[in-house]
Design a protein around this ligand. Structure first.
Ligand SMILES: C[S@@+](CC[C@H](N)C(=O)[O-])C[C@H]1O[C@@H](n2cnc3c(N)ncnc32)[C@H](O)[C@@H]1O
Length: 227
């Protein structure tokens, strides 16, 4: 069995180390929209993330309800993409709460900014980050939503550590990921993090971890409470 570290190095090796290729290459394999370079562009990934059918396959609200995101909370949506979680989060936290929608990709930042403007959403701020560095102060958030992002990070451990830095001492992190087996949608199996791997990463970062119903057979949701 490959260890986490070998998995990560092969992840980089499989699809390039140029930052863009690393983050987007797997989409090609799975969704069979292979470009001449063998990679999906950020634009193609953006269009995939905007597919409205995603909401039917995996309604975000029951998950946000199950993990207890409440009105008035400050939530960071890390790897927010085109706002799949951001918009329902903003509704849930309401006018007394705040969502910080964070992403590394300029095209996602542009997309999120347009979305916020077009929908007149007043409680979302869009933040451009670097892979393991988010330009926000310590302990600002009650919760972090990490939806289909952890397996993208060059170093999931360092990524979680940076997310944890932003949480208050009683903060929670919600990780949504694909099960590590072949499924109709999602990245190649070898790039996924099993539920056990994700649980172990969270526990090493100091969280007590519970499984939350995902409402989808191919996806798992882990809720980490800082302890
Ligand atoms: C599969 S998409 C998921 C987007 C969104 N969370 C969703 O569920 O629709 C992964 C997103 O994570 C972003 N991302 C990848 N690595 C990241 C990192 N280290 N920090 C922040 N965002 C990252 C990508 O740019 C992309 O928008």
């Amino acid at each position: 069995m490959r260890t986490l570290s070998t998995l990560h190095s092969s992840r980089r090796g499989d699809i390039g180390e140029d930052g863009v290729g690393r983050n987007w290459g797997w989409i090609v394999t799975h969704h069979q929209h292979t470009s001449s370079t063998g990679r999906h562009s950020p634009e193609e990934q953006r269009d995939f993330l905007k597919d409205e059918d995603r909401h039917r396959r995996l309604p975000p609200d029951p998950i946000l309800e199950a993990v207890g995101i409440q009105a008035g909370a400050t939530v960071i949506d890390v790897g927010a993409g085109t706002g799949f979680w951001t918009v329902p989060l903003s509704r849930r936290v309401g006018t007394s709460g705040k969502v910080l929608a964070i992403d590394v990709e300029p095209i996602m930042i542009e997309e999120l900014s347009e979305l916020v403007k077009a929908q007149g959403i007043g409680n979302v701020s869009v933040v451009k980050s670097e892979d393991l560095s988010i330009p926000l102060a310590d302990h600002i958030a009650d919760a972090a939503l990490v939806g289909f992002v952890l397996h993208h990070a060059s170093e999931p451990k360092g990524f979680l550590h940076e997310v944890t830095r932003l949480l208050r001492s009683d903060g929670r992190v919600v990780v949504v990921e694909w099960h590590k087996r072949a499924t109709e949608h999602g990245p190649p199996v070898e790039l996924r993090l099993s539920e056990e791997e994700t649980r172990s990463l969270l526990e090493k970062e100091g969280y007590a971890v519970d499984q939350v119903p995902a409402g989808h057979d191919d996806v798992y949701v882990l809720l980490g409470r800082r302890c």
